[in-house]
Design a protein around this ligand. Sequence first.
Ligand code: BGC
Length: 758
Amino acid sequence: MTELQSLIAKMTLEEKAALCTGASAWTATPVERLGIPELTCSDGPHGVRRVPDVNSITVESLPATCFPTASCSASTWDLDLVQKMGEALAEECIALNVDVVLGPGANMKRSPLGGRNFEYYSEDPYLAGEMAASLIRGVQGKGVGTSLKHYAANNQEFQRFTISADVDERTLREIYLPAFEKAVKEARPWTVMCSYNKVNGTFASEHHYLLTDILKKEWGFEGLVVSDWGAVRDRVAALKGGLDWEMPGPQDRHVQAVVDAVRSGELDESVLDEAVRRILRIVFKAKETPKGGKFDVDAHHELARKVAAEGMVLLKNNGLLPLKNQQHIAVIGRSAETAHFQGGGSSHINPTKVAVPFKELKERAVGAELSYAEGYPTDNSYRPGMIDQAVGLARSADVAVLYIALPSFKESEGYDRNDLDLTGQQVALIKAVSKVQPNTVVVLNNGAPVAMGEWIDGVAAVLEGWMMGQAGGAAIADVLYGKVNPSGKLAETFPHKLADTPAHLNWPGGAGQVRYGEGLFIGYRYYDMKEIPVLFPFGHGLSYTTFAYSNPRVSAKTFKDIDGLTVTVDVTNTGGVGGKEIVQVYVHDQKSGLVRPEKELKGFAKVALEPGETKSVSIPLDFRAFAYYHPKYKQWITEDGEFDILIAASADDIRQVLTVNLESTLSLPCILDKESTIREWMDDRRGKVVFGPYYEQIQIQSRQTFGGGEGEGSIGVDVMEMMNDMPLVSVLMFMASALPVHPEDMVAGLLKQVHGME
Ligand code: BGC
């Protein structure tokens, strides 16, 4: 018996049931008599929201560093930096007596309208998974736990507590689960938080397939599953599904329900014991890290500034940036004075200090005169007077820097956005200012893409500053003045307009259901297939220098799927200043059994280069880089054939293409059945051997039955083309009189043969 097992054996049923539900808004239930300590958690994900009164969810939290939100940190594409951010978060947890921080969030950005998109990394599962795993490694490397959230298919705020996300299996496996899968397998989070919503009709908190079959059994998750706050409806059903720990507590009624269910035999006590074991494992693990002390406020502020500077994306620049020695600068927009650096809701941090964008700009604009106009109000009203004032300043300046923040009434946890637009006042302001001042820079602070069609042509530069964390004001100034050469690239596509976006026709659902009708095709996967032009593609970001890609090569032209490949390319800084380039590798499958996206990101690297310097960048691609999930085989499969390796600076800027040949090592089971079509029989390796000899006969017979020779028959169709997509048994039915046995028996015989070959 292990130590934990003997401890569990000493616990009463009531103690076990109580342990599986929190004692307060933030703590687990201790059992003093047995020396089981309390466990404390706090939000997440880009700062520690340690609420001093554990019985309150929303009171002001203790000061902590507000790091950039996930939209920004993902745009760094810098895994080491994100890991460092995780380490800093852990140090703050230790100082604030927190055992588990509730993050990172690994949900996909299905639509740019998602209210919590700022808390999530990307529209691409590979990138999101890498980011989440790096943050977890950073935090947990210091002995503090994480909670990977919100599992799963929680991609909108509309009816987020109840809606059923209806997603087909392949889409789940290829788009909505892989970021969780990677983070779980590679970084082993202590906890995973289930989401509020239902998935295909079942609450995520009760979802046996997601929580037990996939997460715990298939991916080997050893930690505990915690509910999102208030996500448990039926405590007993949740335990059966695999939900170990319900939060927040106390929930006496739920605890009693568990006790009653065990007593009545409805719930097997071993299911409860397993949840208790998982919770205790984490509780004791957490206590191995002594808490208390202080964290380095200044060092963490500096780190937050670095992440912000690396995550900002220079979207457009006609050469105005970096600013040089402009004498008179019109600074316009209230977010220059009141930094908009984080989003509303559970992730809201009480910052240790805040860099004010205006002040920071002033410090770098040595000798220049800065004037300020507020530009837009806090609410959605239209104030022409404010615009006039801003225009007056801009007209007489050498450059106008507009700080435009998407207000929280438009973007926050708890509600989705209605559109991609800035406020009417902000759009009018940008247009009016840029009309009188061609040297206009727009600095955006928002958590998700905004439409720019009405004004982008009139401005000289656009810097996407995101919700950039408490130090972001300094990072903006650094980038504007070239103290930092921008190197962020978009982790999500910026579309031209809402109607172009992938989920547009299936958003946000209603009557309790949202259908993920676009399937695999979210983000660039959709724009690629539909050939829809975008405002800024996934992976886009400008620099103050330029990069050339040359000498692309692969470790092998022909390779086995299990061996994978390494792609290498030389990158040269061809401009005049040092900078960093993010090299992206996408994979394109030339031919596949099921439809696949045009290309998918499967690797990337960020490289720093001095002017004139060249470095070789190597990016490994593994089995999964070439595989897709086959819903009939119920596994990831590869198929023999040619793949293009696209080495790119963005999803729309492919610099080099190499073609490689994959040899699949899989020996797949035969999935032919009595409904299989003739084409499926002929496409199947074994099916072709068994059925192939009859194919020609069927062709002849079909033509006799339906008339016609080659090409169109008497009913105006190419008979064999039509037959190919009919079940074999149905085709045989039409020619039954010419067959020695009944068609159903004939197919049964063939199936026996083909399955006998395995
Ligand atoms: C959010 C979670 C958060 C939890 C605790 C929930 O409403 O969805 O992300 O961790 O509250 O604040």
